[in-house]
Design a protein around this ligand. Structure first.
Ligand code: ATP
Length: 275
């Protein structure tokens, strides 16, 4: 499998920094972020200070807030992730964790810098494009096919996916349309579909925050299995215990900058002091 530059889709050049174990070997790089900057452009942003007075006077004048404002969400982040690693992303609200995850998934182009990935990264919950008007049952099948499973594989894994999600524990919900699900149930089903396949690079955003303790335990167990199947897992969570139980390495972001990158216990200790 060729390395891909998620920005251009072109084959990536060999990385120029850090050790390079033989491609495909244990601990080979799966994601390289090289001085990544992500800038959102917000169109129609107000030019004032956002006070109630200026908002009211704009309303009275019936003028839309004009102009474009930039939000520099990720600032010069560099790291190398390797096969078999589970990496937690932590940081205060708005520090850029989800943005960085979406950039690794290839969903946001860096304003500058590059993200190189070995294999196809999957952002759990986004890659499974579920449809609200279809039943959970149909969504499991469609989601499985959309992830590249064959019909046969979907059939084999169907019951495991439903059991894993726990959707049917309190009645026959799987045969109801997804719009009847609570947001937690929908998130659990998305996680279960996504986790039914092995991923080269699996990206999870707060998935463990949904569901009860039993579901969280199943998720943590599944993440450990996915790691053993030689992939790389990234987990964004505000729950330090989930990070502690699941990850062996942590990246700590604040205001878009990578403050610390190291073993879970060291980074969490520094983060807990900071907070
Ligand atoms: N679609 C967007 N358009 C404009 N700005 C955005 C957008 N998404 C995020 N931002 C801004 O980018 C910055 C980083 O946001 P991001 O969601 O990546 O942070 P986060 O660390 O995941 O936050 P949280 O822990 O609250 O989920 C914030 O300042 C946020 O307001």
């Amino acid at each position: 499998m060729a390395d891909t530059d998620t920005r251009t889709g072109h084959p990536a050049p060999a990385p120029t920094a850090g050790p390079h174990p033989a491609a495909g070997g244990a601990g080979a790089p799966t994601v390289i972020a090289d001085d990544v900057h992500i800038v959102y452009k917000v169109h129609g942003a107000g030019s004032g200070r956002g006070s109630a007075v200026s908002a009211l006077s704009r309303l009275a004048r019936r003028t839309a807030a004009a102009g474009t404002r930039e939000v520099h969400a990720v600032r010069g982040v560099t790291f190398v992730a390797r096969k078999g690693e589970a990496i937690g992303l932590i940081g205060s609200n708005g520090s850029g964790k989800s943005t960085l995850l979406r950039a690794v998934a290839g969903l946001l182009p860096p304003a500058s810098g590059r993200v190189y990935t070995h294999g196809q990264p999957s952002l759990l919950g986004v890659n499974a494009a579920l449809m609200n008007d279809l039943t959970g049952e149909k969504n499991v099948v469609l989601g499985g096919l959309a992830m590249g499973l064959s019909r046969e594989e979907v059939r084999e894994r169907y019951q495991d996916i439903v059991d894993f999600s726990g959707i049917d524990e309190k009645g026959d919900f799987i045969s109801l349309p997804m719009r009847t699900y609570s947001s937690g149930m929908a998130a659990r089903l998305r996680f279960s579909i996504g986790a039914a396949r092995n991923h080269d690079v699996l990206l999870i955003d707060e998935a463990l925050a949904t569901g009860d303790r039993a579901f969280q335990r199943r998720s943590e167990e599944r993440i450990r299995e996915l790691r053993e199947e030689a992939g790389t897992v990234f987990l964004v969570s505000h729950n330090n215990n989930s990070i502690r139980d699941t990850c062996d390495r942590v990246l700590w972001l604040e205001k878009g900058e990578l403050l610390m990158d190291g073993p879970t216990e060291d980074v969490l200790a520094a983060y807990e002091d900071f907070r």
